[in-house]
Design a protein around this ligand. Structure first.
Ligand code: ADP
Ligand code: MG
Ligand code: MG
Length: 909
């Protein structure tokens, strides 16, 4: 009998219209590998190769190089043989050499975060064979020098020594260019290239103490391991953390036959998008370079040309290039190689239809033959994300549900940021114009180095070009400006992914890192000077420019309408002022989940009365001060009720510790003493009395209302009177009075009694009534445990997850900055529980609280009003806990609405 044995495949082949894998296998093959397999299988011309799985990366992390090589050696050798037989060449054979690339590729695309090496297999003998075979000496030596340069950087760790320095290989090239009086890489003679190879190898020997490896297999294993290694490099880790990708995903390695874009004028390489990644417009676009290889287009060293005629004309207009100059020196691919263009256009159509999404593709033309090297769902700005989803819906490629699921809730945030005020823009002084690489508005102070992006509060990272090392700084900066590079440069692609405003290729800028200056014509700007970027037009503007609030219009508005069709859980807002309430309404809030009454007391004219109330020694004194506060509170509530037009408004009674209201400066203390006709000493004594060792756990929340019932009385009166006044004006008001920080039933019952008695009194005085609810926050773990008992009395629950998180973890929100960042860095915590709801722990209390509460009162209204109410994964959790609503800050309302709809759709699937 045969014993079934699990044989794990670690290497997946693709090429020649066939493949072992497919696009669904992204977790195992990485995004790049899965799509290479898929493209190969559907007949797109992809150079043959194979993918070493992400599982092997994990094995590498556990057991290291030797073991892994032993484990996959046979499979890799077989796969290379397969490539050799398809290509009719042989790896390491000087007579008929096969060259390969070794490319990283995790399950999600992380542009430039990990490493890729091209032209492996070259050495002094093979380069001669390549010359003989192709008859193209220049190409062979150019490939060789590129190989040493990339391999040196990626595998042998040849990096610049300080940030002001350039790459050691670039430095050698710069020297030679100077000596030879040339500017471009393409101007090197064959002898120059040979000299470069010699000098590069020499530099490697000097810096690493080892000769450059000549054995092609040693080169291959070195590169494969370097890719695995790069998964744990600083850049990749930062990118993973930024996006919340776990470390155990690992990266796959793709090994692929080289095709050469650097074989001469009939060759080239480029990047293209099936739609505009900045605006979402449905136009094919991209950039290419003739006689170039790999990263040349993205590296921003040469100015790339546009693929389409339309794009080329648009570009020329922005770059102020005349039509003659354009047609002569920067023709589009459509003009220069019409048949290749037609073929490429066909593939972009096929691929977009195949994947039903915007594709970002890489291609290479080798001596008149087109090869596709990569396709993926393109990164895009928030605006493009929304437009593309709605366009694909209208084009019938996807349905409404899919369109909603295509939109990342958090990315909507970009559309909710201020835009430049059109009037202010008209008056602005334009310094220069670059490419509108990533739309948006940014104002900030100039910095020149990524690691100084937090030198000021708002910075514009200004660079000749950016590289993957700059990621963290790009994320911190408000906007990014580069002198070089096109629409597909590193800066542009990464900025669009982050939704960060970016202008690239502003060629008139002269940037000097050493003097930290930026010069345009005769004008000089220094580090720290203010500039503004309009990422939608490419204008670089002097100084600060005023901004304006965004609105929900066009496709964004359509998306929001769709969310209403599918969402079953409401979204309310946390708003303390009529203004916030109106903004939230315009974003579609269905009520207010939290009005913090204390914020109203901090305004100048009120804080005095509030302080007098706090410092009063007698009930009578307190009542007097409260009497002054009553009309102010009432008018606040009237404003909010009016803004909400009959939608429910949850008002929380006074919550924070009283000492937050008292003055801590001597001058103000003196003033207060005079106003109250008491001595400064008495004021000081009272303030000292209010001091608490642990204010978060001290005299606050309903403990205030229970010790000073007159506060609850006054607030209830203000709420009920406001509601009655509005009803008289014909405007509905639906107050929901919320008691904070309840831990025991009696704490609630006592407050409820005061509220109901006061309301009845007001009803009698007015000779009229309104409907109102009395409920409680559930924010102390004990309240969640006792939820059934409390629910028997409360009309509603609102989970205050800020306090609930604080008390469940035992982390003081006010002090956590001392340890939380370290916990996150060390991985002790995966995410900040104050940002993303801890579903595992705190979530249990929420589930239990809701279930127990509803057991006692089946129609108990349940919501959440902590910061988590606007965080998509937490919103989904709330939906699954069967809450009636989530509540979040006004600007997160659209995000929560989408998250709510998505939660319903996901549950349905
Ligand atoms: P990234 O993930 O950073 O885009 P890639 O693995 O896609 O890195 O490779 C970097 C560059 O090298 C790309 O421009 C790609 O098209 C090019 N390249 C990779 N493999 C080959 C190959 N076999 N032949 C020609 N060009 C290649
Ligand atoms: Mg790529
Ligand atoms: Mg609280």
């Amino acid at each position: 009998m045969q014993v079934a044995q699990e044989v794990r495949t670690r290497v997946y082949k693709f090429g020649d219209k066939a493949a072992d894998g497919n696009s669904k296998m992204k977790n195992l093959l990485g995004g790049k590998g899965a799509n290479l397999a898929e493209m190969s299988a559907i007949g797109i011309p992809v150079p043959p190769g194979f993918t070493i799985t992400t599982a092997v990366c994990t094995e590498y992390n556990e057991s290291g190089k030797e073991t892994v090589v032993e484990m996959i050696k046979t499979e890799v050798e077989e796969a290379i043989a397969n490539v050799e037989s398809i290509m009719g060449t042989s790896y390491g054979d000087p007579e008929n050499p096969l060259l390969i690339s070794v490319r990283s590729g995790a399950r999600v695309s992380m542009p430039g975060m990990m490493d890729t090496v091209l032209n492996l297999g070259l050495n002094d003998a093979v380069v001669k064979g390549l010359v003989a075979k192709t008859g193209n000496e220049r190409f062979a030596w150019d490939s060789y020098r590129r190989f040493i340069q990339m391999y040196g950087g990626v595998v042998l760790g040849m990096k610049p020594e300080s940030k002001e320095d350039i790459d050691p290989f670039e430095e050698i090239m710069e020297h030679l260019k100077e000596k030879r009086g040339i500017e471009l890489d393409t101007e090197f003679t064959i002898q120059d290239l040979k000299d470069l190879v010699y000098d590069f190898k020499d530099a490697v020997k000097k810096q690493t103490d080892h000769s450059f490896p000549t054995d092609p297999w040693e080169q291959l294993w070195g590169a494969v391991m370097a890719v695995f290694e790069s998964w744990n490099g600083a850049r990749a880790i930062y990118y993973r953390n930024m996006n919340g990708y776990p470390a155990d995903w690992g990266t796959a390695v793709n090994v692929q036959a080289m095709v050469y874009g650097n074989m001469g004028e009939n060759s080239g390489t480029g990047v293209c998008f099936t739609r505009d990644a900045g605006t979402g417009e449905n136009v094919f676009n991209g950039e290419y370079l003739i006689n170039a290889q790999g990263e040349d287009v993205v590296a921003g060293v040469r100015t790339p040309q546009q693929i389409t005629n339309l794009g080329s004309k648009r570009w020329a207009e922005l770059a102020k290039v005349s039509e003659d100059d354009r047609a002569e020196n920067y023709p589009s691919l459509e003009e220069l190689m019409p048949s290749i263009y037609k073929e490429l256009h066909g593939y972009q159509n096929t691929l977009e239809n195949h994947y039903c999404d915007m594709q970002d593709m890489e291609f290479t033309i080798e001596d008149g033959k087109l090869w596709i090297l990569q396709t993926r769902n393109g990164k895009r700005t928030g605006a493009a994300m929304v437009k593309i989803a709605m366009d694909l819906l209208k084009e019938g490629m996807i349905d409404e549900k899919e369109a909603l699921l295509r939109i990342e809730p958090n990315k909507l945030d970009e559309l909710l940021h201020p835009v430049f005020d059109p009037m202010a823009i008209k008056r602005a002084t334009i310094i220069t114009r670059g490419l509108p690489a990533s739309p948006g508005a940014a104002t900030g102070q100039i910095v020149f180095f990524a690691d100084e992006a937090n030198k000021y509060r708002n910075t514009i990272l200004t660079r000749i070009e950016t590289s993957p090392e700059d990621l963290e700084g790009m994320n911190l900066a408000k906007g990014i400006l580069t002198a070089r590079g096109g629409m597909t440069s590193h800066a542009a692609v990464v900025a669009r992914g982050m939704g960060k405003c970016c202008i690239s290729g502003a060629g008139a800028l002269k940037i000097n890192y050493k003097t930290r200056t930026l010069t345009v014509d005769d004008k000089e700007y220094h580090e720290g000077d203010w500039i503004s970027l309009n990422g939608s037009t490419g204008n670089v503007i002097e100084g600060k420019v005023a901004t304006r609030e965004p609105e929900l219009s066009g496709e964004f508005g359509e998306v929001m309408k769709l969310t209403d069709k599918y969402a079953t859980m409401d979204v309310r807002t946390n708003a303390d002022t009529p203004k916030d309430a109106r903004i939230a309404r315009s974003f579609g809030a269905m009520g207010i989940g939290l009005t913090r009454t204390e914020h109203m007391f901090f305004e100048v004219d009120r804080i005095k009365a509030m302080r007098e109330m706090i410092l009063a020694d007698t009930v009578k004194g307190r009542k007097q001060a409260l009497q002054e506060l009553l009309p102010m509170q009432r008018s606040d509530f009237e404003g909010i009720f009016e803004a909400m037009q009959g939608l429910p408004v949850t008002v929380r009674l006074l919550d924070p510790p009283l000492h937050e209201f008292v003055p801590h400066q001597l001058a103000t203390q003196k003033e207060l003493a005079e106003d109250m006709h008491i001595s400064l000493g008495a004021v000081k004594n009272k303030i000292a009395e209010l001091h608490e060792f642990n204010p978060m756990l001290g005299h606050r929340g309903c403990r205030l209302g229970n010790t000073y019932p007159e506060i609850t009385e006054m607030q209830t009166r203000a709420i009920i009177e406001a509601a009655l006044n509005l009803t008289e004006k014909g405007i509905d008001a639906k107050p929901e009075i919320m008691v904070p920080l309840v831990g025991t039933l009696n704490e609630f019952i006592e407050q409820e009694k005061i509220i109901r008695e006061t309301a009845n009194k007001v009803f009698k005085e007015y000779g009229a009534t309104v409907e109102y609810l009395v409920g409680t926050m559930i924010e102390i773990p004990r309240a969640a445990l006792m939820a059934d008992v409390i629910a028997a009395h409360a009309d509603f629950f609102s989970f205050g997850t800020n306090d609930l998180t604080q008390m469940t973890f035992g982390y003081s929100r006010d002090d956590s900055s001392k340890f939380l960042p370290i916990y996150l860095e060390k991985g002790i915590l995966k995410v900040d529980p104050f940002e993303v709801l801890d579903q595992e722990g705190v979530g249990q209390l929420i589930k239990m609280g809701t279930e127990r509460g509803r057991k006692a009162k089946p129609n108990l209204k349940v919501g959440i009003c902590g910061e988590h109410g606007g965080e998509p994964s937490s919103v989904e959790f709330c939906y699954n806990t069967d809450m009636n609503y989530v509540s979040c800050s006004p600007f997160r309302v659209p995000i929560a609405r989408l998250a709510s709809a998505q939660a319903a759709l996901k549950a349905e699937r």
